[in-house]
Each structure stands twice: as C-alpha cells, then as structure tokens.
Write a protein that binds this ligand. Structure first.
Ligand SMILES: [Zn+2]
Length: 89
C-alpha cells in the first residue's frame, strides 16, 4: 500500500473512532477521556482541511508507522516530544 492509500484507510479508522466517541446513545463517553476526544477532533478537522498526515507544527509528513499506531496523531514524533516537554515542564 502506498502512502495515500494507507492514509485513506487510517482516515476511515479515525472516523469510526470519532463516531463511537460522539455516539448519541452514550453522550458521557466523550467525557470519560476529554484528551482523546480533543485529539480525535483535531485530527478530524485536519482531514477536512486535506492536511491529514502532516505535522501541525512543522508541516512535515508524519510517518505511516506512527499513524498506524496512533491514527489521531497530528504531530510528528519530534514535535510531539517538544510538545510533551512543554506541557510537563
Ligand atoms: Zn513536526
């Protein structure tokens, strides 16, 4: 599978995840993990802008290996580390 095909597949995974989180029959589900919900909706917005798979900080491609593990990733590994250092310090 090439990158666009893999990204298309991951978008489907992401959409399913978000649909489950925003399931109206279980409105509390989004409150159980607000952080996960925020990440998912950010990634989802990215899809709408046609930017899915690129880092919101540096604009580089996020590796497929990373996206396969974490489809809602909106930062490359380098920027994610910087971001985490920033919020934990
Ligand atoms: Zn980056």
């Amino acid at each position: 599978m090439n990158r666009p095909q893999t990204l298309a597949k991951l978008k489907g995974v992401l959409t399913d995840k978000l649909n489950r989180l925003t399931n109206v029959t279980n409105p509390e589900s989004r409150l159980t993990d607000p952080h996960a919900f925020r990440e998912l909706s950010m990634a989802f917005r990215h899809i709408g802008q046609g930017k899915y798979g690129t880092c919101i900080e540096c604009g580089n491609n996020i590796s497929i290996a990373r996206l396969s593990i974490k489809p809602e990733a909106v930062r490359c590994i380098k920027c994610q580390k910087q971001f985490e250092n920033m919020i934990t310090n």
